[in-house]
Design a protein around this ligand. Structure first.
Ligand SMILES: [Zn+2]
Length: 480
């Protein structure tokens, strides 16, 4: 059967490292960037010494609730922890503490823009769980690092709602933005703060029943997910086309070779012998607590983006660039607040300010610039009042960026202010006309081309400080 007659059905299991100060069940530092030397953020609790008991970190619950509020979901006011039993050398206590039966939230959806269209993708649930230890294989030996033992994770499980990789990409990027906006996680894939298991199944286009899925485990870059989906689709098509049967299994994606290999046949939930965690009480949340956290939830990045598109009429690319980063979006909002001019604010930020930051490639990001947002707003205000030309406005912003002086100071020190005092301008225009009687007669008789020459004479007489637009208008009025 031709490849076009098959369709993909994809769903995701996403692990996100929560950015709490301390670990999930003890007071050790939660080293989210994993940069510390091995085994320094450890204590008897997270090393699972006999007799030690876990204590749930309230910050993890708070960040979890916040993440879910960011996604407009319903909170489960009573949730519980369960033990998922399995042995692996990176899990010496032989179980993971997770939420199997009553996760802290379920059933909601995330709004995403895919190919210019707003779509919603359904989530099955999200739960909290702890991370395992880390094994380092070196010199024929295996070493254990306990730094990330009991580091908190959120696992988000989607419904089988994706039909192709562009939807998966936009969804993951939106999720990443949301978590960054809410200070819940940096969700940096390179640092393993966001990693993804991709479940892929295929079926003939006319078929309603889901095909058998293969799970591609722990992929941690957007481009690798892109390649893995393509490769898995073709592998399954080849199997079905040769009358084979697709096994339910976990596969490992090798992004150097662009192939996946069987890791193990997929276990069912039963194999993990889940049972209620006896050492932890249920998590009970009341309305007051949830309302308090609601105060910390800002406008979602997707809502901002839609507002910029519909209310401010920004271009799709600009709206995307500005909402890609929370600091940048807040900076833009501040400038618009001051200037009431979204289009110009956007264009000065994306074309002038961001290229300066990129060119200089230094430590200055939008939140630690040398000048206040009000100074950039002042530049836009002067341009709108015709007191600064748009060419000169770039010079002013470069100077703001370098020196940190105020806009007014720069405009005056560099003689960039255009003067719009009509009476003074008229005097100059009259002087110029009086000094050039022959040229004026030429102009009136036959040579319209010399008009620019008069504007130039006026600019020269005013030492370039005054507004050429007004000179042009005055000259036209007087000569015609
Ligand atoms: Zn600890």
């Amino acid at each position: 059967m031709p490849v076009e007659n098959y369709e993909k059905v994809i769903w995701l299991e996403i692990h996100v490292r929560v950015k709490s100060k301390t670990k999930m069940f003890c007071s050790c530092k939660n080293a989210v960037d994993l940069a510390d030397e091995p085994n320094i953020n450890v204590c008897p609790v997270c090393m699972w010494f006999p007799g030690m008991l876990p204590a749930l970190n309230s910050e993890v619950v708070r960040l979890g609730v916040k993440a879910w509020l960011l996604m407009n979901c319903e909170i489960n006011k009573i949730s519980r922890f369960d033990r998922k039993s399995y042995f692996y050398p990176d899990l010496p206590n032989s179980f993971q503490t997770t939420q199997m039966y009553e996760p802290i939230t379920w059933r909601w959806s995330v709004k995403v823009i895919v190919n210019w269209e707003v779509r919603e993708f359904a989530i099955h649930h999200m739960h909290l769980e702890n991370d395992a230890w880390k094994l380092i294989h070196a010199g024929g030996k295996t070493l254990a690092d306990y730094n990330r033992a009991w580091s908190p994770l959120m696992e988000i499980v989607t419904e089988p709602v994706f039909s192709d990789k562009d939807e998966v990409m936009e969804f993951l990027k939106e999720l990443q933005k949301m978590f960054r906006f809410g200070w819940v996680s940096d969700a940096d894939m390179e640092k393993w703060q966001l990693r993804c298991d991709v479940n892929v199944s295929i079926r003939p286009k006319w078929e309603k029943k889901l095909g058998t899925r293969a799970e591609l485990k722990n992929i941690n870059s957007f481009s690798a997910i892109w390649r893995a989906i393509d490769s898995e689709f073709l592998r399954q098509v080849r199997i079905l086309d040769s009358w084979g049967v697709i096994e339910q299994e976990t596969r490992w994606w090798d992004d150097d070779k662009w192939v996946s290999t069987t890791q193990r046949s997929k276990e069912d939930a039963m194999d993990y012998r889940y049972f209620p965690e006896p050492d932890l009480l249920p998590v009970v949340l009341d309305d007051e607590y949830i309302n308090q956290i609601k105060q910390e939830v800002w406008e979602l990045p997707i809502e901002k983006r839609l507002r910029y598109l519909h209310e401010y009429k920004l271009w799709e690319d600009d709206a995307r660039i500005i909402t890609a980063d929370k600091d940048l979006a807040l900076y833009f909002d501040t400038i618009v607040e001051l200037t009431k001019d979204p289009k110009k604010s956007c264009s000065y930020i994306t074309t002038v300010l961001l290229s300066l930051i990129n060119e200089c490639n230094d430590k200055w990001w939008i939140c630690n610039l040398k000048f206040e947002p009000s100074e950039l707003a002042k530049v836009i205000e002067l341009v709108n009042k015709d007191e600064l030309s748009s060419t000169n406005s770039k010079t002013v912003i470069e100077e703001l960026y370098k020196s940190g002086w105020s806009t007014e100071e720069i405009v005056d020190r560099l003689w960039l202010r255009q003067k719009n005092d009509l009476w003074a301008l008229e005097t100059i225009v009259d002087d110029v006309i009086a000094k050039l009687p022959t040229q004026i007669e030429d102009y009136k008789a036959w040579n319209q081309n010399v008009f620019g020459f008069f504007v130039w004479q006026c600019m020269k007489a005013s030492q370039g400080a005054w507004n050429p637009k007004i000179f042009t208008e005055l000259l036209k009025k007087k000569l015609n």
